[in-house]
Design a protein around this ligand. Structure first.
Ligand code: FES
Length: 213
């Protein structure tokens, strides 16, 4: 999710493990829609634009209507103030709330970039491997001269999938335990939640992927 999170995960696994256990348990007794609406309000209170939109999309995936998203945000006006909630509503409208903020609705494509993954021969075979840098992490899979690549971000709430998440072909998100299987990026929660695949080019034995968002 961030370099700081990766650092703490690597250097202070006990401290972060307790936090992840807390995250997993908190809200586990709530209906998914209720939990999603609470997470939406939390995102409006504490996080930035991307987190808010992700939380709104997750709430729509949990069968909350656009009106229910607005209701949840309005209920938070006494705690967060009208200015904060107006900001949150502005963001959701910008990202398509006034139409339908369904799972299949992509956010606008604003960035495209080619990322070099190095020589194809340097990628291990038969297991997932993480490449790329901050904000552009990639999971790659090699089978002979064929390479597939996916964004290394959980499709639930966008948690970065680090090296610590990889076990062979399986990648487990440390936040709430969703699992993904390579080589096709399939998610344990269903086909709609698979990892985002990236186009791969191999030229003169060098692998690159086209990143877009
Ligand atoms: S962020 Fe929830 S399982 Fe990955």
């Amino acid at each position: 999710m961030s370099r700081a999170y990766d650092y703490l995960l690597r250097e202070r696994p006990r401290a972060l493990g307790a936090w992840e256990d807390f995250q997993r348990d908190a809200g586990s007794r709530l209906e998914p829609a209720t939990r999603a609406l609470i997470e939406l309000v939390t995102a409006a209170a504490a996080r930035g634009d991307d987190e808010l939109v992700r939380a709104a999309r997750a709430a729509r995936e949990a069968d909350c209507s656009a009106e229910e998203l607005v209701d949840a945000l309005l209920l938070a006006v006494p705690a967060l103030g009208f200015t904060r909630i107006a900001w949150a509503l502005d963001r959701l409208i910008e990202h398509g709330l006034s139409g339908a903020l369904g799972a299949a609705t992509p956010l606008a494509v604003t960035v495209e970039e080619d990322l070099a993954l190095g020589p194809v021969a340097a990628l291990p075979q038969g297991r997932a491997v993480r490449r790329g840098g901050p904000g552009r992490a990639v999971l790659a899979w090699r089978d002979g001269d064929e390479v597939r690549a996916f964004k290394a971000y959980c499709t639930h709430h966008g948690m970065e999938l680090t090296e610590h998440c990889i076990e062979g072909r399986r990648v487990t998100c440390r936040q709430h335990g969703w699992t993904f299987e390579l080589p096709d990026g399939r998610c344990s929660m269903g086909d709609a939640w698979g990892l985002t695949e990236l186009p791969v080019t191999i030229e003169s034995g060098q692998v690159s992927v086209r990143w877009s968002e």
